[in-house]
Design a protein around this ligand. Structure first.
Ligand code: NAP
Length: 357
């Protein structure tokens, strides 16, 4: 099987580096183009990227020249599918330029997540929303699929089996979000050391709206939001990678903490059934220790090796007597792996398995 040639927009950033690292030796995809801002164009990747990952820059990519973020540059490099890790303002224009040039785009950015024709996908949760891609291809020749905000992904994964088994009325979440979620230059060290910041612009609104689209339905015409009440409070903490979230639920039917832990542990989705290369064997790992999950210990959870950081880790599942049918738990999800590049690569694997690319 010949590999699909892929390009990375925003390849030098926090998420872009994850793409570069995770696509090394990928069985289905070959990185054919690395792109960044005008200031980096023409430089070697190793000189343009402020590399922060503990694995080395993959051999070959370090010497690659950064190209401009235009469809013509991507096409010149023989790219068929573009991964976008651009800042939102640049993404708004550039992603659609790629689509109208007939390219496929899988985006981590918020620019098009809520567009009525664009699916917002976590493959284990709403694989069927990928049906919307066919219509886009008919209309433009290209397509775009988006992945959710890094805070929404772990939350939606943990909720899916609970909603399917017991119904869901209300979700309240309080987050403790890692620094890498804001990008390399996002939060100055003077602002965050010995501190936390109880505000992340637009984050609470994104969690609520994205969650309802993902947990909702696609009826071949449009996306219909799930009928769940959602409230979020989002906070930046002094952790490098891994978003922790304290979740409080009101289910439709009564469920014990053991019932909830069991349905989460047994949960698998289409990527597991299709045995996709980046699919974790267990999308949710439930831990029984009273002091887990913890970012340093649990953020790279997931097997096999290619799926490290792709599992959502849940712990402290217990009753919440202040809510009707109340359950509460803590979850941890790696924000640049499952929360961004890893989820997008898994989407691309779904597109390949469906014959779209
Ligand atoms: P980042 O570290 O600031 O990286 C931004 C990247 O975009 C860099 O490669 C930068 O290139 C490039 N870039 C900036 N302006 C550009 C322009 N006008 N044209 C072309 N390229 C441009 O940001 P990040 O944290 O990786 O986030 C990237 C996107 O993913 C954002 O939309 C963010 O909201 C989303 N996201 C992030 C996370 C996370 O956990 N970090 C999770 C989910 C989604 P230079 O190096 O040349 O400046």
């Amino acid at each position: 099987m010949s590999k699909v040639r892929v390009g990375i927009l925003g390849s030098t950033g926090s998420v872009g580096q994850r793409y570069v690292s995770m696509l090394k030796d990928h069985p289905w995809f070959d990185v054919a183009a690395v792109s960044a801002s005008e200031a980096s164009v023409g430089k070697k990747y190793k000189d343009a990227a402020k590399w922060v990952l503990d694995k080395e820059i993959p051999e070959g990519i370090g010497e690659e020249e950064i190209i401009g973020a235009s469809p013509s540059e991507m096409k010149k490099a023989g790219v068929e599918l573009v991964f976008s890790a651009l800042p939102s303002d640049a993404a708004k224009r550039l992603e659609m330029e790629m689509v109208h040039a007939g390219l496929g785009v899988v985006a981590d950015t918020s620019a098009h997540r809520m567009d009525p024709k664009v699916p917002l996908v976590i493959p284990e949760v709403n694989f069927e929303h990928l049906e919307a891609v066919d219509k886009q291809v008919e209309e433009t020749g290209g397509f775009i699929v988006t992945g959710p905000n890094c805070t929404t992904i772990g939350l939606a994964i943990s909720l899916k089996p609970v909603m399917a088994s017991f119904g869901l009325k209300r979700v309240l979440v309080s987050t403790m979000q890692a620094l890498s979620g804001a990008g390399y230059f996002g939060v100055p060290s003077m602002a965050i050391l010995d501190n936390l910041i109880p505000y992340i612009k637009n984050e609470e609104e994104k969690v609520a709206s994205e969650l309802l689209k993902i947990l909702g339905e696609y009826n071949t015409e449009r996306f219909v939001d799930a009928k769940v009440r959602v409230g979020a409070s989002c906070h930046r903490v002094c952790v490098l990678d891994g978003h922790t979230e304290a979740v409080f639920l009101e289910t439709s039917e009564g469920a014990s903490p053991e019932d909830v832990a069991k349905c989460m542990t047994e949960f698998v989705g289409e990527p597991q059934r299709l045995k996709l290369p980046s699919a974790p064997e267990r999308p949710i790992i439930v831990r029984s220790e009273p002091d887990r999950p913890q970012p340093r210990l649990d953020r790279l959870s997931g097997t096999p090796e290619r799926a490290k950081g792709m599992s959502t880790v849940v712990g402290r599942v217990r009753k919440e007597s202040a809510l009707d049918n109340g359950i509460k738990y803590v979850l941890l999800s790696h924000n640049t792996i499952r929360g961004a590049a890893g989820n997008a690569i898994l989407i691309a694997e779904c597109l390949k398995a469906k014959g779209i690319i």
